[in-house]
Design a protein around this ligand. Structure first.
Ligand code: HXC
Length: 513
């Protein structure tokens, strides 16, 4: 028996060395942790149970039968984060560059199947040269097996992807179908075709970093939801986001104890400037409402005229969607609509109530927006909010103009509670634009057109640039003081906790993708 135990131990030791010390050293020189180091850091101490450590590939071509490495380039298993079960795979770049073989894919698929059956989040730590070139179509099939499972698991368990090295070709599509993508700055990249192919096909010269590095995807494409300066910080972010998420779509998100007092939000008084065109920081409104330091922003650097993120209110997770008057006056455009729509759908899938803060002057006009389909992109947000059945509360802080009033979680599209501050202006458009259209003739014929315009503007503002017309109709449930906002929202969400909405019978809706 001793000999047998020793033989097992030898195999396990060999497996844990992956592609060998030299390749581990290379990984460290590149400021990257190894797959096992990443898992060890990510999970609670000593909680990892590895599955499939002795698996090897079955390829024989190109001398592969002479190159067997236990684990086949991916470490898979389960453990806990903050005491809660998660399934995790980490590609091991030291073994065939973390490339995906048929066997490597089977290990990931087995893990995904378990995660769905058990109802626990799946985390993928990606660091791979893509399809295992020696295995041809078997490797492509392996990717597709994973893609298929990503889709089946979507909306059932949270799926998180960290990109911690290369991620190229069709390999990017598994992370793209998960809920959130985290990237490490400087050492990770994602693209469908790399710089060499780009050069050949389009004659463009571009570096990997510029084409698909973390900042490119965080700022320009919106593919990445968060970036971190190094592996450890990225793994910290994964742990942090999980604290807002339920284990699966049948559970509520986890609360943390939060003793409540009077809950006045004095910092909110006077935050909205007198001048309706003067910007202010909506993040200060968010901070004045939520539990201290509980905001976890999603897509911070992408479409920053819209803010999306998780927060806690009285210890309970909520999703926050807010126009940001500091950027493009908080206007709705294609990117910000898509950003908020995707976030809405995530929250709705996983029972996370939504708070929508509104200060929006309308949709962004112009050929650029129209030609890139703002009609369809704006419709995504309208659709996503309309179909969301989680508790939904709206607060209009200032402008709610035009179609954007409807879209931003209005009562008409199913919001449960709609509040406005006294500074709210709910109208088809701003007073100046409105007066120029409906009083054009009167203004043109006046002795002093400027004075007439000002007079008409004031008249229009008196009638519509306030929340009272909407409140009279019941489109706004209550006009509230800024300082009582947090109290109202705490009570509002508490009242909606057992909300239920019967669903019509259909296969699925047809969101304007
Ligand atoms: C097999 C691979 C591999 C791959 C890397 N390796 N990629 N083995 N299949 N796809 C091996 C290398 O041979 C090397 O082995 C080790 O991994 C480390 O690779 P290096 O090149 O030394 O590392 P580095 O210089 O850091 O460069 C990393 C890299 C480069 C940029 C990822 O390896 C690379 O360009 N690889 C090929 C990428 C690619 O074209 N993949 C296919 C994409 S298409 P040794 O033994 O020397 O350590 C695709 C389709 C998916 O993925 C479709 C899904 C639908």
């Amino acid at each position: 028996m001793d000999k047998k135990i020793e033989a097992l131990q030898n195999r396990l030791d060999q497996a844990r060395l992956g592609g060998g010390q030299a390749r581990i050293d290379k990984q460290h020189r590149q400021k990257k942790l190894t797959a096992r180091e990443r898992i060890r850091y990510l999970l609670d101490p000593a909680s990892f149970e590895e599955l499939g450590i002795l698996v090897t590939h079955r390829a024989t071509e190109f001398g592969m039968d002479q190159q067997q490495v236990y684990g086949d380039g991916v470490v898979t298993g389960y453990g806990t984060i903050g005491g809660r079960l998660v399934y995790v795979f980490a590609q091991d770049f030291t073994v065939f560059g973390g490339s995906l073989s048929e066997t490597h894919a089977e290990k990931i698929c087995k893990l995904m199947d378990l995660a769905v059956k058990v109802g626990a989040p799946l985390i993928g730590l990606n660091d791979s040269g893509g399809a295992r070139i020696q295995e041809g179509v078997r490797s492509l099939g392996g990717y597709a097996d994973i893609f298929y499972r990503n889709v089946q698991a979507s909306g059932v368990i949270p799926q998180l992807s960290a990109i911690m090295g290369p991620c190229a070709g069709g390999a990017v599509y598994s992370p793209a179908m998960t809920d959130f993508i985290f990237m490490v700055e400087g050492t990770s990249y994602m693209f469908v075709t790399g710089p060499n192919v780009v050069k050949t096909v389009t004659n463009e010269t571009v570096s990997s970093e510029e084409l698909g590095g973390a900042s490119t995807h965080a700022v320009k494409s919106g593919v990445a939801h968060r970036t971190a300066p190094n592996d450890v910080a990225c793994l910290d972010e994964l742990r942090a986001v999980l604290s807002y998420l339920p284990q699966n779509n049948r559970e509520k998100p986890p609360s943390v104890p939060f003793p409540l007092g009077e809950e006045w939000s004095e910092s909110l008084t006077g935050l909205v400037p007198e001048n309706p065109n003067q910007p202010y920081d909506m993040k200060q409104v968010i901070e004045g409402i939520i539990d201290p330091e509980s905001f976890f922003e999603i897509h911070r650097d992408y479409a920053d005229n819209m803010i999306t993120g998780f927060a806690r209110l009285g210890g309970k997770p909520i999703g926050v969607i807010a126009n940001q008057p500091l950027a493009l006056a908080g206007v709705l455009d294609s990117d910000s609509s898509r950003k908020a729509a995707r976030f809405t759908r995530f929250c709705d899938s996983f029972n996370i109530p939504l708070l929508v803060l509104v200060d929006v002057p309308g949709f962004l006009p112009g050929t650029d927006q129209e030609w890139h389909g703002i009609i369809v992109h704006g419709a995504k947000l309208l659709y996503a909010l309309s179909e969301a059945t989680v508790p939904r509360i709206t607060l209009i802080t200032r402008k709610a103009y035009g179609g954007a009033y409807d879209v931003m979680n209005s009562k008409h599209i199913g919001a449960d509670l709609n509040y406005a501050w006294p500074s709210a202006e709910i109208a088809v458009m701003g007073a100046k634009g409105a007066s120029e259209i409906i009083f054009r003739k009167e203004i043109a014929e006046a002795d002093d057109p400027q004075a007439k315009l000002a007079e008409k503007e004031a008249e229009y503002a008196q009638a519509f640039a306030n929340p009272y017309g909407a409140a009279q109709r019941g489109f706004i449930d209550e006009v509230i003081l800024p300082r009582e906002t947090r109290r109202k929202l705490l009570r509002g969400f508490a009242s909606l906790e057992h909300k239920e909405v019967p669903q019509p019978r259909r296969k699925h809706g047809n969101i304007p993708l």
